[in-house]
Design a protein around this ligand. Sequence first.
Ligand SMILES: [Zn+2]
Length: 115
Amino acid sequence: MKKGRSPTGLRPKHVPQRMCVACRQPNAKRGLIRLVRTPDGRVEVDPTGKRRGRGAYLCHNPDCWEAALKRRGLERALRLEALHPDDAAVLRHFRDGLSSETATVIRDMNIVEPD
Ligand SMILES: [Zn+2]
């Protein structure tokens, strides 16, 4: 049996779906960090999400940044031959910022007794 009837009266507005290039989780635009390819083929973090150029999105999960850097997901998404080493360093640094937040949370959860 097929339930192919679409709900009546609900015509969803065409909301552009943003998707993390690593985990492929669709997310509201705000939940993702935009990266933009500049005209000279560099990659920059675009916190405003408004810069011109081909964009790719990553969520706030440091694992996704790691995966995107390791598996060339960013190059694919941004249609780059290769990520510039400087840009890779900047993105890793950004990733570290994300993970240190997480690390703090984890550290606070595991209360280590001073020896
Ligand atoms: Zn993700």
